[in-house]
Design a protein around this ligand. Structure first.
Ligand SMILES: Nc1nc2c(ncn2[C@@H]2O[C@H](COP(=O)(O)OP(=O)(O)O)[C@@H](O)[C@H]2O)c(=O)[nH]1
Ligand SMILES: [Mg+2]
Length: 402
């Protein structure tokens, strides 16, 4: 609420600087000394109210009372965050995530300190990615699945990666109505996608948020993404198990196959297997099973299979969890689970370095000067891309040497 804050700031400033009056306390300063009692200047100053504005009703004073209601939250130190997260204080967890999501340099460096201290307490969850086209029932599934997990005594965090949310205003997890019960449960924590930035930035923030949730005792972390292309690959690189939610009919089977999402999934679940749709869902499941048969499973030692469920009746929901537990058992035994996490961590470190170098490169003054003409020359087929790239890199290195 920048507007409110600005107003209050202004109010504060103007109120804190009363003008000095040395001539006469009861006479305004613009009244000439010799005209104090003249009818021309009948103004007389009343003593100000210094302690309360409660019974003053002008709109000006309403603003003052708003200012009084806004309590400034005490600033937290790194250790306050760390302790709060470890003792599972939700409000502190939420504030730490806000810090992670902030683009301010100061916040980010504080977030890094917090994360470093929390690292020994991370890693104790199963991280599950969930994707599917809009309308597949992701939100409904997460509600049903999440509530089932809570019944089993788990603590569930739900995060989202939605790079489109800056444009759409947050499509994922915006539909709180479908996660009403989960959203209010003390052992569940739902955090919508950070609302801005490129996929890389959103993903980095989500990864760090995931770690913080783990440190706060959430042992199942669900990461939702809408099936719109690149974001599935990103979520795959964040999670242990990747679930593709499908629906029968409408050519969605083909969509999944075409986009290659099936190839990175550890399970395919045909949702809405209820009522009249149940038989169709079974048929679709068979179709997927056949398609999967010809694909390389994404996880070593694990055969990706198709299942059905209904987020509405709850049928098949418990089975999805059984499949995931079996997956964890097998991949832990063959070390694929730990190995995947290790390589994901390395991949993330490299991705952050690459992001940084890339922005350093394209922000470079020299590069910005010569880039357009080189790009045009490449596009027009006048010089080979390799030559242009070499010239760019040379120019960049020269600048660095200075
Ligand atoms: N019959 C039936 N409808 C469902 C099921 N799951 C979701 N839906 C409906 O499908 C629509 C889209 O669900 P939603 O969870 O918002 O999908 P999302 O866009 O993937 O998050 C809603 O109208 C849901 O009520 C299900 O298992 N069975
Ligand atoms: Mg949804």
């Amino acid at each position: 609420m920048p507007c409110l804050r600005e107003n209050l700031y202004f109010l504060n400033r103007t109120m804190k600087k009363p003008k000095k009056r040395t001539i006469d306390k009861n006479s305004p300063e613009w009244v000439p000394a010799d005209k104090k009692n003249s009818v021309e200047f009948t103004t007389n100053i009343m003593p100000g109210v210094s302690s309360t504005t409660a019974d003053l009703k002008s709109s000006h004073n309403q603003k003052i009372s708003i200012r009084r209601q806004v309590k400034k939250r005490p600033a937290l130190y790194v250790d306050d965050y760390v302790n709060g997260i470890l003792t599972r204080e939700r409000s502190i967890l939420a504030r730490a995530i806000t810090l992670i999501e902030s683009n301010s340099w100061q916040h980010q460096s504080q977030a890094q300190e917090i994360l470093t201290k929390l690292m020994p307490y991370t890693g104790n969850s199963i991280r599950i990615g969930i994707t599917g086209v809009p309308g597949a029932g992701k939100s409904s599934f997460i509600e049903a699945f999440g509530l089932y997990l809570l019944e089993q005594g788990h603590r569930v965090a739900v995060l989202a990666i939605d790079p489109s949310s800056a444009i759409s205003g947050g499509s994922i997890l915006g539909d709180k109505t479908r996660m009403e019960k989960l959203g209010t449960h003390p052992n569940a924590f739902i955090r919508p996608s950070p609302a801005s930035g490129a996929l890389g930035g959103v993903a980095r923030k989500t990864r760090e948020t995931l770690l913080v949730c783990e440190a706060s005792g959430f042992d199942v972390v669900l990461v939702e993404t809408v099936g719109v292309g690149q974001s599935e690959i990103t979520v795959r690189s964040l999670v242990d198990f990747f679930l593709l939610l499908q629906i029968a009919g409408g050519g969605d089977e083909l969509q999944g196959i075409k986009k290659g999402v099936m190839e990175i999934a550890d399970a395919l679940v045909v949702n809405k297997a209820d009522g009249d749709n149940k038989a169709k869902a079974e048929v679709a499941k068979q179709g997927f099973a056949t398609a999967l048969h010809y694909m390389m499973p994404h996880t070593n030692g694990w055969q990706t299979r198709a299942f059905t469920c209904s987020a509405v009746t709850g049928e098949g929901i418990a089975n999805v969890w059984r499949v995931i537990e079996k997956f964890k058992g097998i991949t832990t035994a063959n070390n694929v689970f730990a190995e995947r996490r290790r390589s994901q961590a390395r991949q993330w470190m490299r991705a952050i370095v690459e992001d940084y170098l890339q922005s350093l490169f394209y922000k470079d003054e020299n590069i910005q000067k010569i880039l357009p003409q080189l790009e045009n020359a490449v596009m027009a087929g006048k010089i080979p891309a390799t030559t242009a790239a070499q010239q760019l890199v040379d120019a960049f290195e020269k600048q660095r040497e200075k």
